[in-house]
Write a protein that binds this ligand. Structure first.
Ligand code: IPE
Ligand code: IPE
Ligand code: MG
Length: 245
């Protein structure tokens, strides 16, 4: 037992909508960016906690496609924070066997950020520990439309037949192609919405909403979310008796 958790029921894939940085700062009469800075400490804490308890994939919604519409100073600051993270943390993550990946329209990121990201991905690509999957410039509908486009192109080229398209094949054209679907989706800050995150992949994901703001969400709160998840019964459309067979 790790901190009261059942080691046999650790979710393989946890996805997190890290929300509430701005409100955390506002409550302290600080500029919004201070909330983002404090939120980075939660990223560190949660990555470490996920690794320790044996989560295999941690997907963090760090920047949505829609977030490009924020004031340009805030967008620049978020990009700066991301660069800092990639510069300061990658060596340690690499030592801890963490594999860094990214999903989303990352080609839209500033060139310097993209270079750091590419470097981090290449450096850690053979690591076998936690997969830290960063959703950057990510939008779920855009991802689905992109998959449809790629599939249409493959059909036109004659590499694929329309009758071969099923749920499983479609999934292979998403950014998350070789990852399991999220078992647990956590959203902080009290909002109860999905905000265009992993729309296709969350078909049977368990949702956990907490009023805690992201900068206050650390190891203890993460373990709480896992405990809540472990107490649930996932039926996938079946009845309880079948699940216990
Ligand atoms: C989440 O915190 C961080 C990002 C979306 C990048 P917010 O910045 O959305 O914080 P609130 O929701 O305004 O409190
Ligand atoms: C979702 O948070 C995106 C990230 C956490 C990166 P937002 O704060 O952008 O979501 P909405 O706009 O409140 O739905
Ligand atoms: Mg928000």
């Amino acid at each position: 037992m790790i901190q009261g958790l059942d080691p046999k029921k650790i979710p393989a894939h946890v996805a997190i909508i890290m929300d509430g940085n701005g409100r955390w700062a506002k409550a302290r009469h600080l500029p919004r960016i201070m909330g983002h800075r404090e939120g980075m400490k939660s990223v560190r804490a949660v990555v470490e906690a996920a690794r320790k308890v044996g989560v295999k994939v941690l997907t963090l919604y760090a920047f949505s496609k829609e977030n490009w519409q924020r004031p340009k100073e805030e967008v620049s600051f978020l990009m700066k924070l991301l660069s800092e993270y990639l510069q300061k943390e990658v060596d340690e993550l690499h030592e801890k066997d963490v594999q860094i990946r990214a999903i989303g329209e990352i080609e839209l990121l500033p060139r310097q950020v993209l270079e750091l990201l590419d470097k981090a991905i290449k450096k850690t690509k053979n690591n076998q520990g936690l997969i830290l999957n960063l959703a950057l410039s990510y939008g779920g509908r855009a991802e689905i439309a992109r998959a449809a486009r790629l599939i249409a192109e493959a059909c036109l080229k004659g590499d694929l037949k329309p009758q071969e398209i099923d749920e499983e094949l479609f999934g292979r054209f998403l950014y998350t192609a070789d990852l399991p679907d999220p078992d647990l989706l956590i959203r902080t800050s009290g909002e109860k919405r999905i905000s265009n995150f992993l729309l296709y992949q969350c078909a049977y994901t368990e949702f956990y909403f907490t009023p805690t703001l992201w900068p206050d969400f650390r190891e203890k709160e993460f373990i709480e979310a896992l405990k809540d998840y472990q107490a649930r019964e996932r039926r996938f459309g079946k009845i309880s008796e079948q699940v216990h067979e």
